[in-house]
Design a protein. Structure first.
Length: 364
């Protein structure tokens, strides 16, 4: 029997091509999207405005395969973290952060991470593979159902951030396909400003994203000098700060209505001096920007410490005085290891990086 295709994760264009390939009209893709993403139906036989013969064909040739919930933790602040098991046995983590008037879902894009940022728990897990588009959008689909069952209502997720496990721009095609479904009015219908992609700075892919799918962009900057960023974010050795910021300028394309969020983890004695704050202001002087200062969330085996609150406050005031919109991100879900930099999942590491960490070696 020919292998069945998983239709979850195919965006509208790909679905139209699929239905035309079956010998039926492309408008069935619109009907299908509404059934799956608006009504939550995954049984082809229940999609009653599709003809009986088409439903039978779909049952024979296609599937709608979702990740499986393998675990759930709820923080004292209301944050929820799920462990989702994939078909190959790998597990990823997805986090929901409830706030007044909004609900943000933090979505993973890789099993582990290809990068090796030295302050991040995901990096210590090594890397197994990229997620398929179905496994990315499946996190949003499944989270919506789980939250509805928990009493959050029919549309609990108002914002999506691609800030979970992995570097999204190193899984470009699958991530963009999933984002197109997030934005499609026939599926989740989120606005571009409510979908944020976070990157460590894959410069060529930032340029591609600007043309293909210009959602909100967040950049994991974390340092203002290349020698420090080389250590914190080793990708900087390939795309140093000046190249990264040039890509950010191109991404905005002189559109004054948009801004880029720059994420900056606060590490005691590493990147948190007043001089660093002034250099940050200088670096971003001509880029419409918002700066998120992130108190470092401790991870077992990682030697960094969080900057003291007084140091973070002083840093923030210096950046604010320089004219940059700046906030200190409130830590959410730290008690269940769901905060920024703490996601780990269960990764079948193909890089041996996790083993080197376990032996106490330097994996860089």
């Amino acid at each position: 029997m020919p292998q069945q295709i998983n239709l979850l994760g195919l965006d509208r264009s790909a679905l139209q091509d699929y239905f035309v390939g079956l010998g039926v009209k492309e408008f069935h893709a619109r009907q299908f999207l509404k059934w799956v993403y608006q009504r939550g139906v995954t049984d082809f036989s229940e999609m009653t405005d599709l003809g009986l013969s088409l439903r039978q064909t779909l049952s024979e040739k296609a599937i709608l395969a979702l990740p499986e919930k393998a675990g759930e933790q709820i923080s004292e602040d209301g944050t929820r973290k799920w462990l989702f098991r994939l078909e190959d046995g790998n597990c990823i983590e997805t986090v929901f952060i409830p706030e007044d008037g909004r609900g943000t879902l933090c979505v993973s894009s890789q099993v582990g991470c290809t990068l090796n940022c030295t302050f991040c728990a995901t990096a210590r897990q090594g890397f197994s593979r990229n997620l398929q588009a179905s496994e990315i959008i499946g996190q949003l689909w499944l989270a919506g159902r789980l939250l509805a069952d928990a009493g959050y209502g029919p549309r609990p997720v108002t914002n999506v951030v691609m800030m979970g496990m992995g570097e999204p721009l190193l899984n470009y095609d699958a991530v963009v396909s999933a984002i197109r479904l997030m934005l499609d009015d026939l599926s989740f219908g989120l606005s571009r400003r409510r979908v944020t992609l976070s990157t460590a700075g894959v410069v060529p892919a930032i340029d591609r994203l600007a043309k293909d799918c210009p959602v909100s962009l967040a950049v994991s900057l974390h340092a203002v000098e290349d020698d420090i960023r080389d250590q914190l974010v080793p990708l900087n050795r390939k795309y140093p700060i000046d190249q990264l910021l040039d890509a950010c300028r191109r991404f905005l394309n002189n559109d004054s209505r948009r801004r880029i969020t720059f994420e900056y983890v606060m590490l005691d004695g590493i990147n948190d001096s007043t001089d660093h704050a002034r250099k940050l202001v200088h670096l971003l002087r001509d880029i419409p920007a918002k700066v998120n200062l992130i108190p470092f969330n401790s991870v077992e085996g990682i030697a960094y410490d969080c900057s003291p609150k007084l140091v973070i406050d002083r840093f923030r005031e210096e950046v604010l005085a320089g004219g940059l919109m700046t906030i200190t991100r409130r830590t959410r879900g730290a008690d269940i290891a769901a905060a920024c930099g703490q996601l780990a999942g269960e990764v079948r590491d193909r890089t041996s990086r996790s083993a080197r960490y376990a032996l106490g070696g330097d994996s860089r």
